[in-house]
Ligand binder design. Structure first.
Ligand SMILES: Nc1ncnc2c1ncn2[C@@H]1O[C@H](COP(=O)(O)OP(=O)(O)OP(=O)(O)O)[C@@H](O)[C@H]1O
Ligand SMILES: [Mg+2]
Length: 372
């Protein structure tokens, strides 16, 4: 069933598809911050359009999968050979990844026609890596290239145990650059860099980087039109565009806000917005994150939230001293604090300077400082 709230990214979809199918590009790495619509773009825009044009489409997500990445890949590739529709395959994968996978062809060197996916932890057995290569061969398009959509690939770089799988995948895709076109997505620039641009990266220069465009007025107008159809109420355009901006142009946050307006017709939009921001803070665990930090880490996060950019300079450390009501911490302590924020995925340096990753968390930190 079609989701009426879905806003089609028509131009971007056409652009991505033509990059992959008309030109020399073999693979793209698509970056977009958390919850900005990468998965929705792959599943609701790109996959249907590619399928309509006769491409086979395979989707696999590595995000917090209970199964190993190899199991996720084998499952997705096998499912694409069953002839089930893309929609059915996605639904089946979402309901439950069947722990037992029937192999569609005899695995080289293995006698079993079925494998237990949950048992595939740790080092991947080499016969299954050969089987993966064989599967890639069978899903590859002979007339039109197959589209392989690999969601949240930064997860692959996180465990060194994935090394052999990643190497096998790279070789398998390299051999078939014309018949399998891959899109990798990631929500962390540093995570993607670890896969694609660091010199020791397994997919060094394998994929052309591209950013998911931010949504704008057309998205807001679409959502307001659907709201009007459903509720018979008309929302104020400029107010709603301001709310979208206040929510960092984030479609997920904005849809939470619109749902809240749909449910409470009596609450004014400004109060609803405040309520939704509180809900986001709870849902994303901002307070828990904050409590897990040390005083220096909090002071550093607060300074970054306020826009300070040179954490090792004197002004930054003087700011920390004021927050901490203590003498300025040494450069070494500031460095250690930033590293911890980075490991937790709270701060990064992808813009060339240190900053907080999530603008809503930064806004929450500023609000706390204002209240405290
Ligand atoms: N094109 C769109 N039209 C309508 N709503 C959208 C659109 N894109 C995203 N959204 C809303 O934002 C939510 C988050 O989108 P999605 O899960 O695709 O983001 P993501 O970038 O894959 O996030 P993550 O980094 O968490 O995987 C969706 O569940 C949906 O509510
Ligand atoms: Mg996603």
């Amino acid at each position: 069933m079609k989701d009426p709230w879905h806003f089609e990214r028509r131009d971007f979809t056409a652009h991505v598809l033509s990059l992959l199918t008309q030109g020399p590009v073999g693979a793209l790495s698509l970056f977009g911050p958390r919850r900005t619509g990468k998965t929705e773009f792959l599943l609701k825009d790109l996959a249907p359009r590619a399928q309509r044009r006769g491409h086979r489409v395979v989707y696999a997500s590595f995000w917090q999968s209970p199964l190993s990445p190899l199991a996720v890949l084998l499952h997705a590739l096998e499912a694409s050979l069953t002839g089930a529709s893309f929609g059915d395959r996605i639904r089946a994968a979402a309901v439950a990844l069947a722990p037992r996978l029937k192999l569609s062809a005899p695995a080289p060197g293995a006698s079993a026609a079925e494998i237990d996916l949950t048992a595939l932890a740790g080092q991947p057995p080499s016969d299954l890596l050969l089987y993966l290569d064989d599967l890639l061969d069978r899903v590859a398009g002979s007339r039109k290239p197959t589209l392989l959509l690999l969601d949240e690939v930064q997860e692959l770089a996180q465990r060194p145990g994935n090394g052999p799988l990643v190497a096998a995948l790279r070789t398998g895709l390299d051999k078939r650059r014309a018949s399998i076109k891959t899109i990798f997505t990631g929500s962390s620039r540093e995570g993607l860099a670890a896969v694609f641009t660091a010199r020791q990266a397994p997919f060094f220069h394998f994929a052309t980087p591209i950013d998911l465009p931010a949504l704008g007025d057309a998205f807001v107008a679409h959502i307001l039109a659907v709201f009007e159809r459903m509720s018979g109420r008309t929302l104020n355009g400029p107010d709603m565009r301001a709310a979208f901006e206040r929510l960092h142009n984030n479609p997920y946050f904005f849809r939470l806000f619109i749902e809240a307006l749909l449910c409470n017709r009596d609450l004014p939009p400004a109060a609803t917005l405040a309520e939704v921001r509180d809900r986001i803070a709870v849902e994303l665990g901002f307070a828990d994150t904050w409590l897990s930090l040390t005083a220096v880490q909090r002071a550093a996060a607060r300074a970054l939230a306020d826009g300070a950019r040179q954490p090792f300079g004197r002004p930054f450390r003087r700011t920390l001293a004021a927050h901490l009501r203590q003498p300025a911490p040494t450069v070494g302590r500031v460095q250690a604090a930033l590293r911890r924020l980075q490991r937790l995925g709270i701060a990064d340096t992808h813009t060339g300077a240190w900053s907080l990753v999530d603008p809503e968390f930064a806004a929450w930190v500023r609000d706390q400082a204002g209240r405290g």
